[in-house]
Structures are given as C-alpha cells and as structure tokens.
Design a binder for this molecule. Structure first.
Ligand code: UDX
Length: 440
C-alpha cells in the first residue's frame, strides 16, 4: 500500500517510519528545506529513542523516502496522512489550521485516483468535514474519503506507543475508508489491539478528551501534593493508594512542577475554546489550564524560599531543562518560567540537560551557563534544583553531591531522591508533596 505522509515533524516522522516498518511504501513530504535535506542525509532532526535506526532500516529497504515534491509523493497514493503542525493561534487559543488547509488544497489539486485523506494532526472537531468540503470544491470529479486517525504518541517512547498502542481510533464515513485503514494497521490487529471505529467528529474529540483527561489527572495530583505538604502526608503513597483502584489507574499520578510539552498545554487550551464556542463550556479543563499555568510560574518561589528568601548571588545548579526526560523538546517546559525568574532575581544559573541544551538556549536568558555534565553543573553550587527526571540524575548519590556542592540546599521538583536519605546526609531537601516527618 502506498502512503503519503505530509509533514516530517514529530508525528509524521514516527508514524511514517512505523508504517514503513509494517511493510507499506511511505513517502514523507517535508517543505522545510533544511529539515528535508537533513532527513535525506539520514539525519533525524529530533531526539527520539530508536527513531534513527528505524528510519535508516526502512530507507535502506526502499520502503521509506523523503521528498519536497508533493506531486511526486501523491502518485498512486492510497492513503494521505496530514501530519502538519497545528500550533496555538496567537490571541485566541484556538488551534491554527493554516498548514492543514494548505496541505489539503495541494492534495486536492494533485491526487490522481481514489485515496483516503486522513488527519493525524490534532485538529478541532469539525475539521474532517471541512477537509472534505475543500476537497469536494476543488475536485468534484474525484473519488475520495476523509478520515480522522488521532495519534497518542508520547515523546521519548513514541515508537513503542505506535507499535503497541492501547487502541487505534479511526473516524470514518464509509466502509471503504474503514477497510483501507484496517489494512494499514493490520499488524496491530494481529496482536489484538482494540480498534474504535466511529464518526469523524467523535474521533477528533477522543483525542482532546484523552489528553485533557490525562492533563487533569496530573493537575489533580499536583494540587493533592500541595495539600500533602500542608497536612504532613506523602503524595507518592496517596497516588499509589488511589491508583491501585482499577477505576482510577496508577499512571499519570506523578506530582511535579506542572505539565508541559507539545500536546497537553495546546490541547487543553483548544478543548476549552471548542467547548466555549459550542456552548458547552468545559469548566474542568478550563480550570486545569489556569491551575497548571499558575503552578509553573510559582515553582521558582520554592527555590527562593528554600534559600531563605533570596537567590541573589547564589550559584544554582539546574538539572534538566526539557519538559520531560528522553526528549530534547523545550515546548512549554516548566524550566522556562523557573529559570527565567531565578535569573531575574539575581541567581547565577549553571544548567545541564542530557539532550535539550541547544533547544533550551532560545527559551532561556542569555546569562545561563550550560555545563557539560551533571557533576560539572553542581560543582561549587549553593543550591541544586531538579527540573527534569533524567535517569543520569537519579544515579548520583547524596555522598557525591555532598563532595562537590558548596551549599546543602536541594529543591527536587520531580521527586527523584529519597527525602530521608537526603536529610540523613545533611541536606536541606525539599520536594513535591512529601513534607512527612522522617520516621524514627
Ligand atoms: C502526551 C500524551 O501522553 C500523548 O498520548 C499525546 O498524544 C501527546 O501528548 P507527551 O507530551 O509526549 O505525550 O508527554 P507525557 O508523557 O504524556 O507527559 C506530558 C506532561 O505531563 C509532561 O510535562 C510530564 O512531565 C507531565 N506528567 C506526566 C506529570 O507531571 N506527571 C505524570 O504523572 C505524567
């Protein structure tokens, strides 16, 4: 089966490479010339574990190719995925669909035979129908179907998420389109992956509802963590005790500095807007957006408080800058407001992130010093702030920290260390939601 993937960004690249691995012939169309030439030279512009080898293998097998020429890529295409960016539109919080519609117009002009046009980008409810209208207006003669097939890929484990998903969601209007998409995902049905076949609008909404619910779960536990600190409870045990209830589930109950990344902030905001426009306000989601924004901007205060009221002139080591580990993505990372605030207040920041330092530079104040490794960052520091839970940080022992740090203050916004051990080693250690007194 011939697949055209429009967009060689995160979603397009991972999905394209995975479909090629399923045995499909995939042409990825990328308009950004720098990105395209990197891809054509075998360089992957994003950090995603396993993606480079998967791409290389499938390119070598002749199943995966990259092109800037949409016309060429559309020849004989049976499925056309639209996987272009849908950033938040400035001013109103809606998803910006400019790139989606541009792609559709080009597809409409160039398609040569029946194809299913599938939106993979996260798009507001109703976009699938609009795509069909654009297609029909441009090519009344053409036989086509429109479908929605949202992705649920987490950065850092995207390939595993694609290959072993909890479910595949497809929104379709015809049996023919359903059959095409079932064929495409056949290897997943062989491992008994559940499939939800539904209307296009429903599929579009599933994506927003799923991401907003997960964002709400994280926000819920973050507020519970604040309460734990006030009442002397341990948020880890609360999360475990709650999460073992099968109706709740254990995942996404890890308290931290607030969610970031390319999806949750954008999707919660968009869902709130969709609800307002439709006259069905999503008040919980609206609150999640507000609570999370407020949380990220108050995290710096925890550092100031731990330092006794001022960070001026203090050397602060920052471990981790990306919005989560195993990615180089800085979009909406909590490190941005935290580090910016600390610099404003006169701190001397020495940061280290295993993958995200280049991506971080445009987002952070120029005064930040980037170090070559975790130990270099923390050497001579008065304070250590943990902002992303990379495994390399967990591996550093309290004894090692004690040997290289000047001060004894640690603000662990990801709860990677054991409070009892840290305190036993003489650290003034603060974390999220674990203000429990040490056991005697
Ligand atoms: C998310 C969704 O999980 C994925 O299905 C979707 O399609 C894209 O968006 P991603 O943004 O890569 O994936 O990261 P995810 O692992 O979901 O984390 C999102 C944010 O929530 C991160 O900032 C993370 O630090 C935070 N988080 C997550 C927590 O603070 N606690 C948790 O328990 C889980």
């Amino acid at each position: 089966m011939r697949v055209t993937m429009i967009g060689g960004g995160y979603v397009g690249l991972v999905s394209g490479a995975c479909f090629a691995q399923f045995g499909m012939e995939v042409a990825v169309v990328e308009v950004d010339e720098r990105k395209l030439s990197a891809l054509q030279q075998g360089k992957i512009p994003i950090f995603e574990p396993g993606l480079d080898t998967l791409v290389a293998e499938n390119v070598a097998a002749g199943r995966l190719s990259f092109t800037g020429n949409m016309d060429e890529a559309l020849v004989g295409a049976e499925v056309v995925f639209i996987a272009v960016g849908t950033p938040t539109r400035r001013g109103d919080g809606h998803a910006d669909l400019t790139y989606v519609y541009q792609a559709v117009e080009q597809v409409a002009r160039k398609l040569t035979g029946y194809a299913v046009i599938v939106t993979k980008s996260t798009v507001p409810v109703g976009t699938g129908r609009k795509v069909a209208e654009i297609m029909r207006a441009a090519r009344p003669d053409l036989d086509f179907d429109v479908a929605s097939n949202p992705e649920f890929l987490r950065e850092g484990s995207a390939i595993g998420d694609f290959m072993r998903p909890d479910r595949v969601v497809i929104g379709v209007e015809s049996e023919r389109a359903e059959a095409v998409l079932r064929t495409l995902y056949r290897p997943l049905f062989l491992i008994e992956t559940p499939i939800v076949v539904t209307a296009i609008e429903t599929a579009e909404l599933i994506k927003y509802a799923a991401n907003s619910f997960l964002a709400m779960k994280v926000t819920f536990i973050n507020e519970v963590a604040d309460l734990c600190e006030r009442v002397g409870a341990d948020v880890h045990d609360v999360a475990r005790g709650m999460g073992l209830d099968g109706r709740i589930g254990r995942k996404f109950l890890h308290a931290g500095p607030g969610f970031g990344g390319s999806c949750f902030p954008k999707d919660t905001l968009a869902m709130a807007r969709i609800g307002q426009d439709a006259g069905a306000p999503q008040r919980l989601v609206e609150t999640v957006v507000q609570v999370n924004d407020a949380r990220k901007s108050t995290m710096a205060k925890r550092v100031t408080t731990a330092c006794g009221g001022s960070v001026r002139g203090k050397k602060i080591a920052v471990w981790g800058l990306t919005f989560k580990p195993e990615t180089d993505d800085m979009r909406d990372a909590p490190s941005i407001p935290v580090v910016s605030r600390l610099v404003e207040e006169g701190a001397d920041i020495h940061a280290f992130d295993p993958e995200g330092m280049e991506a971080a530079k445009p987002h952070l104040p120029g005064a930040v010093v980037y170090e070559t490794d975790a130990i270099a960052a923390v050497t001579g520091a008065d304070v250590l702030v943990v902002l992303t839970e990379w495994n390399v940080f967990r591996a550093v022992s309290p004894a090692r920290l004690k040997a290289v740090m000047k001060g004894r203050v640690i603000v662990d916004l990801r709860n990677i260390f054991d409070p009892t051990a840290m305190r036993a080693d003489g650290f003034k250690y603060s974390s999220i939601g674990r203000a429990v007194p040490d056991r005697a």
